[in-house]
Design a protein around this ligand. Structure first.
Ligand SMILES: *[C@@H]1O[C@H](CO)[C@@H](O)[C@H](O)[C@H]1NC(C)=O
Ligand SMILES: *[C@@H]1O[C@H](CO)[C@@H](O)[C@H](O)[C@H]1NC(C)=O
Length: 688
């Protein structure tokens, strides 16, 4: 590839350094936008009870979908929805899961009703109508997916999911405590906030990782990723494109696994073992969660074997595994029209593989390759009640907000990864040409001190308290306080020497140095655990220069969002003309939570490998790195119909086999770094 030519054209339009400043990514919202934002926030308050906003209830009560059928782009979907509704949909007082076939069909139908509304007004009226008429969890799901994919709501932000529906994020005993407190204080309005501390009880060694697996930001991230890229989102039917969808799916799953593995290593725990069929599953799990209906999320005892369940048998699932493995070994996939596509010849192989394993509705052949990612979770999720004979509620693995809490999630991933790895191992290793950047030398990387600590994070449990009137909402000041991992923001400096001015891409990773037994580890083994820290465009001038970058600007993370209440107030104040409201895509929830950027260190320091590689930047999309663009693009992409701003495979250069003899080039740098874990008091307050 002749990159020099491409460079000359892009260098000219670059403004050096502007992209690392997080104040740049904002634009002021106008009144019509604020109205939309306000209305959407209103619809999600206490989703599990009837809407308390009289205005919205009136809109819903006076709206007749059938009478306005011409206001929808696709009348077929409206008729389909009406027919579902008339036959009787999932009751309001029942748990919902997209892993249950009938629930999913209804949720998609509701999504399509929202999605195909011609204009915002029709969408909003439809939503006000549905808000009090369909199952609340289904409403939340389909409504969110619609807001994220409609063209007229692209900049709208959603409230934090842990405040919309705390039941998925907070132990059930804490919610009981909230109820108890509320019952005893009803009628005596409290002006101060009552805080319920949450302490984790150690039930098994796996629980050591609660601060990671139960982090509300992590689970919110997973929920939003699934909402941005739902497997059932058929791009052909909905008229949008997701660039590198399958590849991104595999990459995000892998990064979650690698990140979780680093946390295991910090806690002296052995590597995750892949799930196997023929041995009883040792890993028990009790989610400690309860649906708003009072039903608990079923726990799973240890030493149980998986069995056939209502929708698939174990034999079915093994068939899908074999078909995917056949495609990898044979080198071809068959699509619905029996057309054959190479897995290795063009660059689409990894995307086919990702879509086949995920089971996206745009997979080469959904019915033939199935959806291993989801079927695995159904298989384990259904273990306690495989044929729905005992009325158990959907399990933690069967909700995107809770799946990452279950340690079995990562064991299932490891099984899936076997297939991905099989594929990647057949791809050629990166050549010297692909790794090298002629004329560019990284002379040193200085990371400074890195500290992690545990802090308290508070958020509102108000959403669990039923209120009769809008005015009563503000009186509910109940918070939960959960410990969470955080780190001191750090700055690193990359010393570069370049023969000429070049437009470059800087990729930064953090990986383990030793295995959990503290032994030196071959790079080809430990490459599987390298976690992306950042990826950014940078203009490197000729001669010696220093690239300075703050962890806060990382392209994988999103900062902790405002609370629901603060968010509503900001929007209202701006609407009333008191302040300005900035549209800021860096606050997009689909980013890895900033507080988890670094894995937990050790008191005396834990050694990790910090890795930097500088490669040529090749423009992908005319909007690449626009000022108010999505900041957290590494894991989440840049939204529909845009090109992902990178020309290399995701995970480059650790996604393929590495032989140390031909890997090292002058434009990369390995640095041993230490992460120290301290008490909050020992680390000065982070400043941004
Ligand atoms: C939680 O733990 C803290 C510190 O260990 C303790 O002071 C507090 O009483 C505990 N709270 C509850 C509700 O158990
Ligand atoms: C997605 O839509 C296309 C075009 O309508 C269709 O051929 C395909 O079968 C759909 N995929 C699934 C899994 O339904």
């Amino acid at each position: 590839m002749n990159t020099a030519l491409l460079f000359a054209t892009v260098v000219a339009v670059l403004v050096c350094g502007a992209f690392s400043d997080h104040h740049v990514g904002k634009k002021v919202a106008d009144k019509p936008f604020l109205m939309k934002q306000k209305n959407i926030l209103g619809l999600l308050h206490r989703i599990h009870q009837d809407n308390v906003f009289k205005e919205q209830v009136d809109v819903g009560n006076t709206y007749d979908i059938e009478a306005h059928i011409s206001n929808y782009k696709n009348t077929k979907v409206v008729k389909e929805f009406i027919s579902y509704y008339k036959k009787g949909m999932l009751q309001r007082w029942e748990p919902f899961s997209v892993y249950y076939k009938t629930h999913l069909e209804q949720a998609i139908s509701l999504f399509e009703l929202f999605y195909f509304a011609n204009d915002f007004d029709t969408f909003y009226k439809t939503a006000c109508w549905a808000r009090d008429r369909v199952n609340p969890l289904m409403f939340w799901y389909s409504f969110t997916a619609a807001v994220l994919h409609r063209d007229d709501t692209t900049d709208v932000m959603m409230p934090p999911p842990y405040e919309v529906y705390p039941y998925f994020f907070v132990d059930s005993d804490i919610i009981q405590k909230a109820y108890k407190y509320w019952m005893m204080h009803v009628g005596t309005p409290e002006h101060h906030t009552y805080i319920i501390p949450m302490n984790h009880t150690m039930k098994s060694k796996e629980n050591l990782l609660y601060y990671f697996t139960e982090d509300v930001g992590l689970n919110a991230f997973n929920m939003y990723y699934r909402m941005y890229y739902p497997s059932w989102f058929n791009v052909t039917e909905y008229g949008h494109k997701f660039d590198r969808r399958g590849e991104m799916f595999l990459y995000v799953q892998h990064q979650l696994y690698a990140r979780y593995s680093l946390e295991r290593m910090s806690n002296g725990m052995p590597e995750v073992q892949p799930f196997v069929y023929n041995k009883p599953l040792k890993t028990a799990y009790n989610p400690n969660l309860m649906y708003h209906t009072g039903q608990e999320m079923p726990p799973r005892p240890s030493d149980k074997l998986v069995t056939n369940f209502d929708t698939y048998t174990i034999a079915d699932i093994k068939n899908y595994e074999r078909r995917v493995a056949d495609a990898i070994d044979f080198g071809y996939v068959k699509d619905e029209h029996l057309k054959i596509h190479s897995m290795y010849e063009d660059n689409n192989g990894i995307d086919y593989l990702g879509q086949m394993i995920e089971g996206s509705y745009n997979s080469p052949h959904y019915y033939y390759y199935g959806s291993l990612f989801h079927f695995y979770r159904m298989m384990l999720g259904h273990m306690m009640d495989p044929f729905h004979k005992h009325g158990l509620a959907p399990s933690a693995l069967e909700q995107p907000e809770t799946a990452l809490r279950d340690p079995a999630y990562y064991q299932l991933y490891k099984r899936m990864y076997h297939l991905v790895n099989k594929y990647k191992d057949r791809l050629p290793r990166y050549t010297h040409e692909q790794l090298w950047f002629e004329g560019v030398t990284v002379e040193n990387v200085d990371v400074g001190k890195m500290y992690t600590y545990m802090e308290n994070f508070e958020f509102s449990l108000g959403g669990t308290i039923y209120v009769a009137k809008e005015e009563d909402m503000l009186g509910v000041n109940l918070h939960v306080r959960q410990p969470r991992l955080n780190h001191k923001p750090f700055t690193y400096k990359i010393e570069v020497n370049s023969e000429k001015a070049v437009d470059a891409y800087v990729r930064v990773f953090l990986g383990p140095k030793h295995n959990y037994l503290d032994e030196e580890w071959d790079l080809n083994e430990r490459r599987h655990f390298f976690v992306e820290m950042d990826r950014f465009r940078h203009h490197v001038p000729a001669g010696k220069s220093v690239i300075e970058r703050n962890s806060h600007d990382s392209s994988i993370i999103s900062p902790t969002p405002d609370s629901y209440r603060t968010f509503v107030k900001k929007v209202q104040d701006a609407y009333d003309g008191k302040t300005q409201y900035f549209i800021d895509k860096s606050h997009n929830y689909c980013g890895f939570p900033e507080n988890l950027l670094l894995p937990k260190g050790q008191k005396g320091g834990e050694t990790f490998t910090f890795y930097v590689i500088i490669t040529p930047y090749v423009k992908q999309d005319e909007h690449d790195f626009e000022p108010y663009d999505y900041k957290a693009f590494s894991y989440c992409g840049v939204g529909q119909d845009r090109k992902y701003p990178d020309d290399m495979p995701l995970g480059f250069p650790f996604d393929r086999q590495i032989h140390s003899k031909d890997f090292y080039t002058t434009n990369m740098y390995f640095k041993d770094v230490q992460i120290f874990h301290k008490k909050l008091e020992e680390v000065s307050t982070p400043t941004h």
